[in-house]
Design a protein around this ligand. Sequence first.
Ligand SMILES: *[C@@H]1O[C@H](CO)[C@@H](O)[C@H](O)[C@H]1NC(C)=O
Ligand SMILES: *[C@@H]1O[C@H](CO)[C@@H](O)[C@H](O)[C@H]1NC(C)=O
Length: 371
Amino acid sequence: MDSKSLLCFSILCFSLLPELSGVVRVSAGRGSHRHRHRERRSSQSLGGGELWNSNPRKLFVFGDSYVDTGNNRKPAAKSWQYPYGVTFPGKPTGRFSDGRVLTDYLAKYLKVKSPIPYKWRKVGYGQLKYGMNFAYGGTGVFNTFVMSPNMSTQIDFFQQLIGELTFTSQDLQSSVALVSLAGNDYSVYQATDGSAQGWQPFITKVVNQLEVNLRRIHGVGVPKIVVTALEPLGCLPSSTVASSFQQCNATENQLVNFHNMLLQQSVAKLNSEVKDASASTFILLDLYSSFMAALNNKGDHLGNVKFENPLKPCCVGVSSEYSCGSMGSNGEKKYTICEDPGAAFFWDEVHPTQHGWFAVYSALQANLKQF
Ligand SMILES: *[C@@H]1O[C@H](CO)[C@@H](O)[C@H](O)[C@H]1NC(C)=O
Ligand SMILES: *[C@@H]1O[C@H](CO)[C@@H](O)[C@H](O)[C@H]1NC(C)=O
C-alpha cells in the first residue's frame, strides 16, 4: 500500500450541504414550543423507528476519511476540490468520495440528518440536534502525518462540548457513536519503516488504543457504540494497482484479519464489562465482509446495478505521480474520471464511491439489525 497516497487521500472534509442549510434556517426556534411540535410531527411521519419525542437520536462520529463529512482543512484538502462531490451534491463538500460516505448512510439508518462537522458547529447551530461529527480524514488512534487531531483528541473535543453543556446527559441518552479506523496508523507505520519491528505487536497496540477510546466514549455517556472492522486493505486500489486492479493482496488482508480478530475480542470484552448484559452496547460493523460482498457479487444485490471491474477506481491520476484531483502547474487536469461513477465501487485509491458505500450499507443490513 502506498501510504503517502493513502494519507493524502484520506484527508476528508465538508461544506454546508443544501440539505443541511435548510436546517440551519430553522435553528432560531430550537427548543421553542412551535419548533418542538414540528419535530414531533416529522418524526412521526417517518413511520416506525424509534421516537424520542422532540429530541432526535444524536449521532457522534469519530475517526478518519471514511466517516469525515467536512472537518478537514478547506480548501487545501482534496475533498474540498473538484471532482470530489460530483455525484452528490454536485460540488465538493469535504467528503472523500464523489458523494455520500458511510456516516450519511448510518444517519439515514437512524432516521436523522448527517450530523454537522465539529469544525462547522458555529455556522450550523441548528444541526446540533443530530449530534456532531468529530472525524478528520487522515487520522488514526496515534498521530499520523497529517496535523489533524487523532482519535483521543477528537474525544477530548467531545468531552469539552459536554462540559460546556452543548450536549447534555439527556442528549446523550439515546445517542449512537460511530467510530471508524480505516488504517492510517498502518500506512504511517509502514512508511516510517516501523514495520521492521513486526506487524503483530503494532496491530495489537493499535487495537488496544482503540479499545481505550471506545471505553472512553461509553464512559462519557454514549449508550450505543458502533465501531468499524478494518476493510480489506489489500483490495484497495492503492494495493491492487500492482496487479492492474486484478487481484487483492492476500498478505495485507491477512494482517487485516489479525486486526479484526483482536478487535472482535475487544468488543466482546467491552460488552462483558457493561452491567446490562441484555443489550449489545458495542457493535462491530463488519466492513471487511461487506466490502468483500460488494466486490464479489459486483453489486448484484442492488438490482440491475453492477460494478464492471469492482477493483478499478473511477478517478485516477494520469501517471503514478498524480492522483484523483491533481492539477498541473498551469491548472490543467492531471487525472481522469470514468464515464459513470455509479458503475464503480472505488472512487479514488482508497475511498469507495457513493454507490460503493451504498452497496456496503446494503450488505450491512443484517449487521445493523443489532441495534
Ligand atoms: C493524540 O494527540 C495528542 C496531541 O498531539 C498527543 O498528545 C497524544 O499523545 C496523542 N494520543 C495518542 C494515543 O497518540
Ligand atoms: C502485498 O503487500 C506486501 C506488504 O505490503 C508487499 O510486500 C507485497 O509485495 C505485495 N504483493 C504483491 C503481489 O503486490
